[in-house]
Design a protein around this ligand. Structure first.
Ligand SMILES: Nc1ncnc2c1ncn2[C@@H]1O[C@H](COP(=O)(O)OP(=O)(O)OP(=O)(O)O)[C@@H](O)[C@H]1O
Length: 213
């Protein structure tokens, strides 16, 4: 599902990041951790196909990303990937249900109201469908962003610093939601975090591997 070798990324401004070779065992999720500046966001962007592979090989969900053209990469991303970004990027002008419809609409497909309802119910926020983002708590907004990431049935779910701005209880709840959702949807979860609470909660779990950058 996820493996890289000889992977390096050089930013034009100078920094080169080299990643130790890695392969994720079957049926495992991944915790990507490391200090600030160690290269987590860069690796997430590579995994998402948002940065081109400059050097090395990167295999994600059946695709060798270094071989794909920009157009093929776009198609692959749309069909494969769900992202819960650190800043949630919910559209303030749209309701929760409309925010969930956006990924499908952007891909030229219909809104899938049944899928929207299913995911909102699964994440226990069915009653929020008609609200605007500014009417949500931080935890509710994160659930909405998670539902949006799941709309197109991704094979890989990326969560960037999911505990940012959350207290201890909400951090544990969010991790449980991510793991439950990945299990239910049958997708692989990658969490990037430098939060000691996340590391403590996930380390030692049989279904989670760790990469320390
Ligand atoms: N656009 C860029 N141009 C030049 N250098 C960059 C750029 N983005 C990141 N870097 C550098 O690459 C290295 C890795 O950055 P990256 O953002 O991947 O780290 P990170 O582990 O995600 O950090 P944080 O936890 O603070 O978000 C750092 O040295 C950073 O300064």
């Amino acid at each position: 599902m996820l493996a890289w070798s000889g992977l390096r990324h050089r930013y034009a401004a100078g920094a080169t990041i080299a990643y130790a070779d890695f392969a994720l065992p079957a049926r495992r999720h991944l915790l990507l951790r490391g200090a600030s500046g160690s290269g987590k966001s860069t690796l997430l962007a590579l995994l998402a196909g948002l940065l081109r592979v400059q050097q090395g090989e990167l295999h994600v969900a059946g695709a060798a990303l270094q071989t794909l053209s920009p157009r093929a990469l776009d198609a692959w991303r749309g069909a494969t990937l769900g992202v819960v970004p650190q800043r949630l990027h919910l559209s303030e002008a749209l309701t929760v249900a409309e925010n969930l419809a956006l990924p499908a609409l952007a891909a030229g497909q219909g809104a899938e109201p049944a899928r929207t309802a299913e995911l909102l119910a699964a994440l226990d926020i069915a009653e929020l469908a008609g609200r605007k983002p500014h009417q949500l708590s931080v935890g509710q907004a994160q659930r909405v962003a998670l539902a949006r990431a799941l709309m197109r049935r991704p094979r890989l779910l990326l969560a960037d610093e999911p505990s940012a701005n959350l207290d201890d209880d909400h951090t544990l709840t969010m991790l449980a939601l991510l793991l439950d959702a990945a299990e239910r949807e049958g997708c692989t979860l990658v969490i990037a975090s430098h939060d000691a609470r996340v590391v403590e909660a996930l380390s030692g779990r049989e279904d989670v591997s760790e990469v320390v950058l």
